[in-house]
Write a protein that binds this ligand. Structure first.
Ligand code: BES
Ligand code: MN
Ligand code: MN
Length: 456
């Protein structure tokens, strides 16, 4: 049940939490160029802690973007090797006015720690580091061989780590991966995530006139790129949420009947989800599919922003010369980013209204993934989780994406164990992101026990 490492973690919990707060104070927003140095600082913070706890060969690995953090400990002869993954980069903080406490000044309230990155993913990365510290401190060794790789570009597509994994697979040679960047299906319910959606993130640029025009002088004769972009967007999906791109659904591999049956028995209350998580008048989406199927096993298309034109206070009568829309699609098993993008691009070019030019750009992409569950690592995980949480593990998918997980399988041949401890209402990517302090503590315990079991 317990172990010296678990006891070490319990005794040192207040210090672990204070250290996490220091990490959370670094505004490592990967998408904003002005935070480039902060991303490196977060990487250095992790590297110096990995060194301090006794990991070896610790270093930053430079990429085309933000650095990777690597460390290893490979002295458990005859034992398997785990590749531990997480990301230190975070999402932007807007809308900043809606935060009850500043995003980079971690605050404890009602059993949670609030900060950008609290659960996605600094808090979970810190659980991994603290599990390793507890094991090393209490045993002077680890129960299995460990490689650690943290990235700082997950939230922007993970290009740097993808290049590294594809070009230097031998440097990460392992037997399985441990990914802590997902959530429990419900509070107190031990959960392993076994599937993620992939994605393509695109920009649509529509150009009309050669320059901005007076809408009185030219309105009626000159094309309006905002109207055109609205027409294009309106033709991407029908009223039922079905995507109209020809061939888009052709290659989908649907979930097995066993998986669908398992999803039906999960404790899911659609009204609670609608009211407490979404907070909308009604839910939308494809008829004939449950909410879990819609978000886990069906592709979707969303518009994230339409920057450009006149957005100041008051009124300006202008026909802007160009409009841009940021549009992404989530992909499910069977689909590939390259094919989905080609289908989308040629459809958009076809439906663009007369008088405008459109350019369709791919910003980043990632493959969907499905994880095999018939292996000893998943068994070790469910065993450890049962000890710590007193319940059987549920297997879920997630609608989110972690682009590198598919590459771990394709380039390194690794099955991943996606053991994360967020909660559905943790507000990731939104104001007031939080992490349950109880989950932080039980998460560390779960990771310790999992690594011990995986090395038995
Ligand atoms: N940790 C999330 C993915 C996630 C969310 C997994 C919820 C399980 C439950 C990750 O940090 C994330 O937000 N990924 C981005 C990736 C994208 C920018 C390529 C996403 O899903 O939008
Ligand atoms: Mn994440
Ligand atoms: Mn995220």
């Amino acid at each position: 049940m317990s172990s010296p490492a678990v006891d070490f973690a319990t005794q040192n919990h207040p210090r672990f939490l204070n250290e996490l707060k220091d990490l959370l104070r670094i505004p490592s927003i990967s998408t904003l160029p002005e935070h480039k140095d902060d991303c490196r600082r977060a990487a250095e913070f992790l590297a110096s802690e990995l060194k301090r706890i006794g990991m070896e060969n610790v270093r930053l690995i430079d990429t085309s973007g933000h650095p990777l953090v690597y460390g290893d400990w490979l002295h458990a002869g005859g034992k398997p090797t785990v590749l531990i993954y997480g990301h230190y980069d975070v999402q932007p903080t807007d809308p900043i006015d809606e935060w009850l406490s500043p995003p980079f000044e971690p605050a404890e309230r009602n059993g949670n720690i609030y900060a950008r990155g609290a659960v996605d993913d600094k808090g979970q990365v810190w659980m991994q580091v603290k599990a390793l510290e507890a094991l090393l401190a209490s045993n002077k060794s680890l129960p299995l061989n460990v490689r650690v790789i943290f990235e700082g570009e997950e939230e922007v597509g993970g290009e740097g780590i993808a290049e590294y994994v594809a070009s230097k697979p031998a440097n990460l040679k392992s037997d399985f991966a441990l990914v802590s960047d997902t959530e429990l299906f419900a509070p107190g319910l031990p959960t392993l995530c076994v599937g993620l959606r992939g994605m393509i993130y695109t920009e649509l640029e529509v150009r009309g006139a050669k320059t901005d025009l007076h809408s009185g002088m030219y309105g009626g004769a000159a094309p309006n790129p905002f109207t055109a972009i609205a027409q294009i967007i309106a033709r991407l999906k029908d009223d039922n949420g079905h995507i109209l791109i020809p061939g888009f659904y052709d290659d989908i591999i649907p979930p097995s009947s066993e998986e669908l049956a398992a999803w039906k028995s999960l404790p899911f209350d659609e009204e609670h989800y609608r009211i407490s998580e979404v907070g909308s008048r009604q839910l939308v989406g494809e008829d004939g599919y449950s909410v879990l199927e819609r978000t886990w096993a069906r592709p979707t298309l969303d518009v994230h922003g339409i920057p450009g034109g006149f957005i100041g206070a008051g009124a300006k009568t202008v026909i802007p010369a160009k409009a841009v829309a940021k549009v992404s699609m989530r992909l499910v098993p069977g689909m590939t980013p390259a094919k989905a993008f080609a289908q989308y691009k040629s459809y958009v070019e076809k439906i663009a209204p007369a008088g405008v030019d459109v350019e369709v750009r791919l910003i980043h992409s990632g493959d969907p993934c499905l994880i095999p569950v018939n292996n000893k690592y998943i068994q070790a995980a469910t065993h450890a989780l049962h000890e710590v949480w007193g319940k059987d593990t549920v297997f879920i998918r997630s609608g989110g994406s972690i682009p590198i997980v598919g590459d771990f399988d394709r380039h390194l041949g690794l099955p991943s164990v996606m053991m994360g401890f967020g909660l559905p209402d943790d507000n990731i990517h939104a104001p007031n992101e939080k992490f349950s302090l109880q989950n932080f503590e039980l998460g560390i315990r779960s990771l310790i026990r999992f690594l011990e079991e995986a090395g038995r």
